[in-house]
Ligand binder design. Sequence first.
Ligand code: NAD
Length: 493
Amino acid sequence: MQTIAEPRNHYGRLKLLIGGAWVDSVSQDVREAFNPAKGEVIAKVPFSVAEETDMAVESAQAAFEKWREVPILDRVKYLFKLKELVERHSEELAIINTQNHGKTIEESRGDLKRTLENIEVAIGVSYTLAKGITLDQVSPGIDVTTAKEPLGVFSIVCPFNFPLMIPFWFLPYAIVLGDTVVVKPSEITPVPMQRLGELIQAELGLPPGVFNLVHGGRDVVERLIAHRHVKGVTFVGSTPVARQVYKLAGEHGKRAISNGGAKNTVLVMPDADLDASMPNMVASFFGNAGQRCLAGANLVSVGSVHDSLLRKFTSAASALKVGYGLDTGTQMGPLVSSAAKRRVTEYVESGLDEGAKPAADGRSLKLLEYPNGFYLGPTILDQVHPDMRIAKEEIFGPVAGVVPAETLDQAIEMINNGTNFGNAACIYTSSGKSAREFKRRVDAGNIGINIGVAAPSAYLPFGGRRDSFYGVLHAQIDSVDFFTDKKVTISKW
Ligand code: NAD
């Protein structure tokens, strides 16, 4: 086994980027960020005090006045440079992503690819969608134009599970369209964005204040939303917070895109090609140790497929090599924190208490090389009933609940009414008719057909419904309309 070298094993006390300068926070509220694979602290995270959060917004507002006047074809040049910068430092950023989050290096490289893809699509946006509409001669001598104008400062609030990719669902679009941003990474995984911030600050030459970075939790987020200069917030995280953020944004009259949690079903029909689908199906549940909003959570077996599905799925999942994501051959990393491990373990216990049967139990996994890491092995609970807590609530870990169903109709009913989440749902089948029924009737934003993680590329909206999403416009390409407002001018000459 080889281990990829870590650039550093401690990233010090993180700083804030305000108005183009790195600032040492005066905060006394300093938390620890971990390398979850080793259970070691890798950074100290000061939670910005109110004055620092305000300064970040004010510097973004001051920058906006000038940035909006920069022609879009000049703004886009910064994104070309940003793309080149991220590409050049991709491997370093992927390693830091793995160090702080715990996912495997391959998974981190995948995050970096999607990060780059969003920069590329934002570049394309500036040439296409940012154009307005012109209608000449709507009446004699009267012409109409509709321009998309930037609005000002936006705050970008991020979850722990994609420390680089998720900020980039929004950041490049906001900037190229003429807005300015204050990014607040997750306090659990702030290190990758901090490093990218250092690179941007050192090499991109962006005017000061266009991109600001603060650290913190609830207080910082609420202050950002309430600040009079903040025009809107993008939020990605758990459902209770997503709902709270959406409500608060509404109370302050702000725009909001608010993505929440998930409980995704992977449904398997008796006519599915199990052998061909198995690697993809296993990756759906156990990729990123199940800490993905598109991860499979309930594995619904329809009719006679149950026994062979359970056998093949358990055998493939149990063979996954769990370990440090920087060690070659590792296929699944740890959970992000000891609290996350505790929460997921409690869900497993609750499932067993309610009568589920363990087909694979990852609770006893111990890694000799990393005794302090937050590991939990792939866990599969069979005979899960739709009414059990583990079938309804988001677990966010490497746990699959196998839920038997008799028919496709019954399975679709479970998806639509068994939980109130609507992020993703997937079907494995060789029947076009079943696939079509599923696609049309399931109430979720992302549908996979023989695909276990239905992740939309950057040129598509990142959907979500019911308790998985609050808002109208979505992340990625949809955010073009979020970050701009339409101004109609009617003129007569
Ligand atoms: P979280 O809700 O705990 O935190 C998300 C962000 O909100 C963090 O930056 C945090 O500091 C901040 N925050 C926490 N409490 C807050 C409060 N009361 N008010 C304002 N801000 C607050 O989420 P997490 O644990 O970091 O991320 C995992 C969750 O994110 C899962 O539920 C997952 O499904 C979800 N997620 C959803 C999507 C999606 O697109 N729908 C994508 C990724 C992750």
